[in-house]
Design a protein around this ligand. Sequence first.
Ligand SMILES: Cc1cc2nc3c(=O)[nH]c(=O)nc-3n(C[C@H](O)[C@H](O)[C@H](O)COP(=O)(O)OP(=O)(O)OC[C@H]3O[C@@H](n4cnc5c(N)ncnc54)[C@H](O)[C@@H]3O)c2cc1C
Length: 481
Amino acid sequence: MEKFDVIVIGGGVVGTAVLRSLAAYQAKVLLLEKASDVATGASRANSGIVHAGYDAETGTKKAFFNVKGAAMFPALTKELHVPYKQVGSLVAARETGLPALRVLYDRGVANGVKVEIIDRKRILALEPNVSDQIAYALYAPEAGVVSPYKLTIAQADHAVINGAEIRLEEKVTSLEKREDVFYLSTDKGTYAASYVINAAGAGAAEVNALIGEDAPVQTHAVGDYYILDSKEAGVVNTVVFPLPDEKGKGILVAPTADGNVILGPTSRKIPHEAAEDNEVTRDGLALVREGVGRLIPSVNLRNVIRVYAGTRTAVGNDFIIEESKKYKNYFMLLGICSPGLTSAPAIGEYVAGQAAAALGLVKKQQTIPLPDRFHLTKASEEEIKQKVASDPTFGRIVCRCEKVTEGEILAAIRSPLPARTVDAVKRRVRAGMGRCQGGFCRPRVMEILSREFGIPLSAVRLGDKGSEIAPYEVKDGYEKI
Ligand SMILES: Cc1cc2nc3c(=O)[nH]c(=O)nc-3n(C[C@H](O)[C@H](O)[C@H](O)COP(=O)(O)OP(=O)(O)OC[C@H]3O[C@@H](n4cnc5c(N)ncnc54)[C@H](O)[C@@H]3O)c2cc1C
């Protein structure tokens, strides 16, 4: 049986942040993820906002990790080459909303966040398309937008090149502690560890139940979204929220870090059994359209290219980030809902520090930096010429909408945590994320995956097991690249 110093359960933005921080120590560390890739849970489908930190109640873990995490984003995203823009955010209110904005302003100040209340003249200078009804706004210039899945993947890649291991498609199905050692079983093997970190998101209460730790009541709320083509970029410059209500931060309009525009999310309560379905509903989308109309009525819904949904998992009103009182060296991360993405880097650092202190781990003198990749859309003409001369695959466009080359797809497939499915390629290089949504490039991506992994086309998957795209024998009909 393989023995590790630390095992992390769950490969979302939180688990991979913990793993990356652990990889800075001299330790044998492993992350187990039940899906076919990291970033397939809440960390895949969210708003991608790096919240400034005025929303969380002062004194809570949410407020502490949000503010600390947000401050880490500029340097972290630069180091990991992840799309991030500090665009600022506005909570837009009508004339009658001023007292509610003052409450947020006071909380922001108490949390140590840069905030100000601005009038319509200043709002229009930032957001010329805002509704006529908007009179005041809370402006937080340090809020930003990030690609949540690219951050999760980059954290995973960085951990792997620094010696951490990630095993995909391994669901933890049993967990027990005998003497000072934890024993974990998955559908593929059994492992031993001195320290275990439960970062299983919507599955965290079930993991707790495996070991006999309290499994607190989790509540789940789906958020529906529209995503708009990059043609619509410029309809907003900042993240525009309405005033928050008892359901959450409300339906926003925001630029994404990759140049699209998102509208949403709703907040529809669903039972635990449906927590991983992520189904968009017609009624949910109608609520999004209504909410957007109140903020930025000129948004052109003809530029919608996709709808999607993500599910938040909460436990009460705050994050649970603590060591079990029953089982020493068993650390729990439960109810990491919004602002969990923003908080993740700070949570990762804190939890890795707790494990390191408990096990007496020593920090490495230095870690290996994550190399940047070639992106056709970001390269100069001279860089493109040189790249294509050294490797002609970088001269072959596979995704026409997003201008992604075969070379970039191959780099994603051969990355430290290899992309094994069509969706895993898409999350890494955006092939299939443009206006045609993969209509043109999907068969070509499938063919590259089939060739690289030496598997038949019929075995190429969209994502998890059972998602084979063309599961029957295909004639030699695909155009060869
Ligand atoms: C609609 C929506 C909007 C949001 N907007 C924002 C935002 O703008 N800004 C922000 O800061 N936060 C936002 N959040 C919150 C943020 O997305 C989450 O806090 C964050 O993604 C949680 O990350 P995680 O790693 O805890 O969970 P997840 O990403 O869900 O990862 C948990 C992982 O554990 C795996 N797993 C579960 N059980 C097992 C098991 N038994 N064995 C192995 N693996 C297992 C799952 O497959 C999953 O990959 C939003 C969330 C949603 C849903």
